[in-house]
Design a protein around this ligand. Structure first.
Ligand code: AMP
Ligand code: MN
Ligand code: MN
Length: 318
């Protein structure tokens, strides 16, 4: 696909990503937004996202993100990035009613919901997929920084198994643009606010191991989240911390989203396919990192997850 050719005659171009946008999603949307604005100066280009975490405010274009979803007219082209149509949230209608729908993603669970689909499950981040679609001579420092932030967030700073030689080649080309990458890594990925650290501490302290210590789960209910005044985007990183515990093949972190409803995050090692487990409950993701929303009490959710995880731990691949 040639991105610019597909948009050449478009007057209104919209870009959306998944609900509760993470670094890859924010980086991808803002990188594409800037790229198209620069190369197609006659077109109206707008990024629509739920309000991202403040740590991403340094990415160029952050201030112009529309989080009120106030578009009045349909779009000639609408992009769904880092997800399929079903996770676009309030942008789902923009995508559905667009003249041309383009879906760019890397989730194995996404079968493609656009007229044009670029879905690359073997690639670690949507930002890397975009890097391949962008013409090298049309990048600038701001686009490079946006893509780099997306890559470090989805690869856990080049640590997860989705990191490939190609990831590092791209990152190497990107840091040549001269942004302060050590500071960006520290401030957008590792640094936590005091309450975020407190909530993480509490989640670790209250975690429970099961399935002979191979699985660990921790949950935060609404009351606790309100007590600390934290939002879902403050909880990033807790599940990876659980996953770091020795002997754990599957870490589960869940937070309450409503009465008898939890958002569940899964992180696994090679013994458990997280995307497969999440798919049983209508979610998806990647082999080592996936998520879903589940209904029921905390114990219902854990019991239901546990059945599927145990089968995989025992090597029964049903
Ligand atoms: P999370 O646990 O929310 O950090 O998600 C882990 C990975 O799974 C990310 O790549 C998400 O985009 C993806 N993911 C999370 N929830 C879902 C879902 N309900 N459907 C499809 N993919 C998901
Ligand atoms: Mn994402
Ligand atoms: Mn991603």
């Amino acid at each position: 696909m040639n991105l610019l050719e597909e948009c050449r005659s478009a007057k209104r171009i919209g870009i959306g990503g998944h609900i509760r946008p993470d670094g890859d999603c924010v980086g991808a949307c803002l990188a594409l937004g800037r790229y198209l604005k620069k190369e197609l100066p006659g077109a109206f280009v707008k990024v629509f996202l739920e309000k991202p975490a403040d740590v991403f405010q340094e990415i160029a274009g952050f201030e112009e993100i529309d989080s009120d979803f106030g578009a009045q007219e349909p779009f000639d082209v609408f992009f769904a990035l880092d997800c399929g149509a079903d996770r676009l949230g309030e942008a789902e209608d923009y995508f559905a009613n667009a003249g041309k729908k383009i879906n760019i993603d890397h989730h194995v669970s996404n079968s493609g919901s656009g007229d044009i689909n670029v879905i690359k499950p073997k690639i670690g981040s949507t930002c890397e997929v975009l890097y391949d679609l962008f013409e090298a001579d049309k990048l600038d420092r701001e686009i490079a920084m946006a893509l780099y932030i997306g890559i470090i967030h989805d690869t856990g700073v080049f640590q997860y198994s989705n990191t490939t030689p190609d990831t590092l080649k791209k990152a190497s080309a990107l840091i040549a643009y001269g942004f302060d990458f050590p500071r960006l890594i520290q401030e957008t990925f590792y640094q936590k606010t005091y309450v975020q650290a407190q909530v993480m501490g509490r989640a670790l302290m209250e975690s429970i191991r099961f399935l002979d210590g191979r699985c660990i789960v921790s949950a935060l209910d609404k009351k606790t989240m309100e007590f600390y005044n934290v939002e879902p985007k403050d909880l990033d990183g807790i599940v990876s911390q659980l996953r770091n515990i020795k002997g754990i093949s599957c870490a589960i972190f869940m937070y309450q989203t409503g009465t008898l409803e939890y958002k569940v995050s899964l992180r696994t090692d090679e013994k458990v396919d997280a995307a497969k487990v999440a798919a049983y409950f209508g979610g998806g993701g990647h082999v080592r990192a996936a998520g879903c929303t589940m209904r029921g009490t905390f114990h219902d959710c854990v019991n239901n997850l546990s059945l599927h995880i145990e089968k995989q731990l025992n090597g029964e691949n049903s």
